[in-house]
Design a binder for this molecule. Structure first.
Ligand SMILES: Nc1ncnc2c1ncn2[C@@H]1O[C@H](COP(=O)(O)OP(=O)(O)O)[C@@H](O)[C@H]1O
Ligand SMILES: [Mg+2]
Length: 235
């Protein structure tokens, strides 16, 4: 199996001294879908920001496929790892959905001729081709979330990371997003509080608390361990 994400001894402390990650070891194979679970303040978002090079570890290494993260490779890592942030409005700022979806690949140097194909492919993947010319502000919350996903898919990432993708979605929009995520064959890391949602999409779960990995198991097994979940404020 090809390794997609390899973390070795990753530690991180914010500039103000707050410790956020301690000695994280994690291996995710290409094509795997892994839920990253944990209570508020566990370090989930901090971990996610290391995967696309927004943060660089204070100790240890982060490797995406064969590229080790450093200040020099951060841009390359950012191209390979697509992050869908919690608030879709962070990723939608152009006059139309199609322009937003073209923005990433254009920025990474994809030429004009290929851009339309990239946009079509990404919008088709999220079931939004018909809304290409819509202003993002005139989409529903669920559509905005899928549009934000398309802005990342158009960069053809090797690894996709989503932070709380089901937050604020109604049941239909949640199901539509889960269906889209399950059709992708990209390596997926899903950061969430929503255990049933994670179980619908992921086969494996990593439980984080106080900046450490406290469990890494098949998700059905982890969700069945009520004592463990209670101990880490997850139920
Ligand atoms: N910019 C920051 N500066 C200082 N401390 C931070 C910052 N962002 C997060 N933290 C702290 O780092 C720890 C992990 O936070 P975070 O990764 O956001 O957790 P989660 O996403 O699991 O809720 C917490 O103690 C949090 O208060
Ligand atoms: Mg967070």
């Amino acid at each position: 199996m090809t390794a997609a994400v390899t973390l070795r001894g990753v530690g991180y402390r914010y500039p103000d001294g707050t410790p956020a990650l301690h000695d994280i070891d994690l291996d995710v194979a290409a094509g795997e879908r892994v839920a990253v679970l944990g209570p508020n303040g566990a370090g989930k978002s901090t971990l996610m920001l290391h995967l696309n090079g927004v943060l660089v570890p204070v100790s240890g290494t982060v490797t995406i496929h064969d590229v080790e993260l450093s200040r020099k490779t951060a841009r390359e890592i950012r191209r390979r790892v697509g992050v869908v942030f919690q608030d879709p409005d962070d990723q939608l700022f152009m006059p139309t959905v199609a322009q937003d979806v073209a923005f990433g690949p254009a920025n990474f140097g994809v030429d004009e001729g290929e851009l339309d194909a990239r946009v079509d492919e990404a919008l088709a993947a999220v079931g939004m081709k018909a809304l290409a010319d819509r202003a993002p502000g005139r989409l529903s919350v669920g559509e905005r979330r899928r549009a934000a996903l398309a802005t990342v898919l158009s960069c053809r990432p090797d690894v996709l990371v989503l932070d709380e993708p089901s937050a604020n979605l109604d049941p239909v929009a949640r199901r539509e997003l889960a269906e889209v995520l399950c059709t992708l064959d990209t390596t997926l890391l899903l950061v969430t509080h929503d255990l049933p949602y994670a179980a619908r999409i992921c086969e494996r779960a990593v439980l984080l608390d106080e900046g450490r990995i406290v469990a890494d198991r098949p998700i059905t097994e982890l969700l069945g361990d009520t004592a463990l979940l209670a101990q880490h404020r997850m139920s």
